[in-house]
Ligand binder design. Structure first.
Ligand code: AHR
Length: 665
């Protein structure tokens, strides 16, 4: 954690302390294993999280496949959009020709995703597929332009390529950029190949611009700052690619993983439902290029050292938008599910098959002969059954019957629907047990009270049922849907219940993960960004702290035999404890959601109670202002602080704070 600074919390000595709470922590008897997958990430292309976000491509509509072929582009001079290009699944391209007078210009200009930002002394890789259809040679002048500049020259940096011959070829050139600039466009001029030569008609397809400095330096790469922020969470599992986009508004727009692999030029465009889902936040230029597709997702999992958890369509399109009575039109009939099940089988082969298998070969041909070692697979996102219609579970059963037989080594994840309680949840939860899914995915975007009252939620769960995957959750403050500290504190409080119940809670992922400040549809979100920078929210730091101090095994922590979960008489305290074998430490997490500081007597019990500790680290996330949030302008307002102390069983947890006590042996 880069921003962790050493700080003596001097103010604590002058704090008024309300009560002393004795927490008994049994250090002799370790409890359940805390799964390595416990704290993970979930990425969906919402809020321009993938295209225009993590995926570092800077050109929007690079293949001219948006329904309006020139959306995001300004074309000038003599141009034509044609549809007999070299890439079968993306057939459109642009033809540039002589505008008829030497003083006139032909070309195209791309606005990027909310503009194009470039950084000082960084290089950018321009590439394009091109040809001169009538033969000959031409030049394409490439400029990064500032249309609003008061300087003489709009061009801020540039390069050029020479296109030659009738065959389509990929051309690449590096732009060596000297100054940091935002809100630029990428302008391409058709020029004569040589001084005095005439203009030669030129076709352009798949126009692309990437920083050379991507995450791991990959050409079809990810934004380094955002990928680094994800990596710094030390996620244990990575759920992708959604969310609602898995289901689609209709079957046609569902996410089909096979469309997202192979050469990027030939990955067919899909709409992104978040372009229109909320009419009050409408983004008509939001599409999925699939440049960040399943291969790239698996690579990221490998980079982050975490398990991959792909989610596939179960044959139901979004149930919020499609009435089940229209089954024939909008959902796949039960008898027609085979291709969907085959997609799941093929995905397992793509991830785990060796290079001699059909889909393993596709992966190997993409540059990854080694298997990805897939262990988890989600079937369906937020689906549900009706009282008189097993819309979801009938489909899920068909998948499980085949998948479990052919791939018993994989853990399968069902869902309890969009709600954390209520009719849909009550119908589905017992059915997940009957169907013997390995885990079920619960979603809860809830307000402050829900989180504060939910401290013992998992203590009450059936221990013999499937394990829990809290796959989407966040505290949505009443009337305050932003990433203020208070929301993150209540998430931290609730998460002590994940840890205490690690015997049945095996995975958790906050949602959504990413949001562009100019293109969001849903908030709060874990990481916000613009084209230049990203900011880690308070909730990010909570997730990061849980990930970093995950521990290996639960230790029982009680106050008067009760779990510390914001219960009566506990003054808004939530706590959990674990043992970290690598650190050789006992770790106690405490969220004080109350208005007063509380004194804690951490009473280690059991045979090994006379433990000798060498040092005590106290990590605190706190701010006096509950509404404070980290912003792109002010990213470090609330960050974790580290204090080193002589080991002492008596500690003080300040009001409205999250603290982690690491007792190192
Ligand atoms: O995270 C945003 C959306 O919330 C997801 O797409 C969906 O699963 C849930 O309704």
């Amino acid at each position: 954690m880069k921003r962790l600074t050493t700080l003596v919390l001097a103010t604590l000595t002058s704090t008024v302390i309300a009560n002393t709470h004795t927490f008994d922590i049994n250090v002799s008897k370790t409890g359940a294993d805390i799964q390595p997958t416990m704290y993970g990430i979930f990425l969906e292309d919402i809020n321009y999280g993938a295209d225009g976000g993590l995926y570092a491509e800077m050109v929007k509509n690079r293949s001219f496949e948006f329904p309006q072929s020139l959306m995001g582009w300004r074309a000038f001079g003599k141009f034509e959009v044609r549809d007999d290009g070299p890439f079968e699944k993306n057939p459109h391209y642009v033809r540039l020709s002589n505008p008829g007078h030497p003083h006139k210009h032909t070309g195209i200009e791309n606005e990027g995703f909310f503009g194009i930002s470039v950084k000082q002394n960084k290089k950018y890789r321009f590439s394009v597929w091109a040809r001169c259809p009538e033969g000959g040679k031409s030049k394409i002048e490439v400029q990064l332009v500032d249309n609003d500049t008061m300087g003489e020259n709009q061009s801020q940096a540039g390069t050029s390529i020479t296109v030659e011959g009738k065959e389509w070829k990929k051309y690449t050139a590096i732009i060596d950029n000297k100054h940091t600039k935002n809100d630029l466009s990428l302008r391409l001029f058709l020029r004569p190949a040589e001084r005095g030569a005439g203009l030669v008609t030129t076709d352009l397809e798949h126009v692309s611009l990437f920083p050379t400095d991507t995450w791991k330096g990959r050409e079809n790469g990810m934004r380094k700052d955002i990928a680094q922020a994800l990596n710094d969470l030390k996620p244990g599992v990575f759920r992708f690619p959604g969310g609602c986009i898995v289901e689609g508004t209709d079957l046609e727009s569902r996410y089909q993983w096979k469309n997202t692999i192979g050469p990027v030029e030939n990955r067919p465009l899909n709409e992104n439902r978040w372009h229109y889902t909320f009419a009050h936040r409408f983004y008509p230029d939001y599409y999925q290029s699939y440049g960040l597709g399943f291969f790239e997702y698996f690579l990221l999992c490998e980079d982050f050292g975490c398990e991959a958890l792909p989610v596939l369509s179960c044959g139901l399109s979004c149930q919020y938008q499609n009435d089940i009575r229209d089954e024939a039109k909008v959902h796949v009939a039960l008898d027609d599910l085979d291709p969907y099940i085959q997609d799941a089988l093929d995905l397992i082969e793509f991830a785990n098959g060796d290079a001699s298998t059909t889909w393993g070969k596709v992966r190997a041909d993409m540059g990854h002969p080694e298997p990805f070692n897939l262990k988890f697979l989600g079937i369906g996102n937020e689906q549900w059954d009706y009282k008189d219609n097993a819309a979801y579970t009938a489909r899920l059963k068909k998948f499980l019957d085949v998948l479990k037989k052919q791939h018993p080594e994989i853990k399968y994840i069902g869902t309890t629907g969009p709600d954390s309680e209520g009719e849909k949840f009550d119908i589905l939860q017992p059915k997940m047990k009957q169907l013997k899914v390995d885990l079920y995915d619960e979603h809860f975007y809830r307000n402050e009270e829900w989180f504060l009252n939910g401290g013992t939620r998992y203590d009450k769960y059936d221990r013999k049922g499937p394990a829990v995957f809290a796959g989407e959750y966040a505290c949505h403050g009443k009337g305050k849907k932003w990433n203020h500290f208070e929301a993150s504190l209540y998430e931290a409080a609730f998460m002590t219940g994940f840890e205490r119940n690690a015997d049945i809670v095996h995975m958790t992922t906050y949602a959504p993960l990413l949001a562009h400040e100019k293109g969001w549809q849903w908030r709060p979100d874990l990481i916000w960004f613009n084209n230049a920078n990203c900011v880690k929210t308070c909730s990010y730091y909570i997730q990061q702290l849980y990930g970093k101090y995950r521990g290996d095994k639960v230790l029982k922590l009680t106050e008067g035999k009760l779990p510390v979960a914001g219960q009566e008489g506990q003054d808004g305290l939530f706590a959990s404890a674990c043992i970290d074998e690598t650190r050789n430490a006992i770790i106690i997490k405490v969220a004080n959601t109350g208005d007063e500081a509380q004194s804690l007597n951490l009473n280690f019990t059991g045979k090994k109670k006379d433990l000798v500790f060498k040092k005590l680290e106290i990590i605190t996330l706190h701010t006096d202002n509950m509404n404070e949030e980290n912003t792109l302008e002010n990213p470090y307002l609330v960050t974790p602080k580290l204090e080193l102390q002589k080991p002492d069983n008596m500690v003080v947890v300040p009001a409205k704070s999250f603290q982690i006590y690491v007792y190192n042996r």
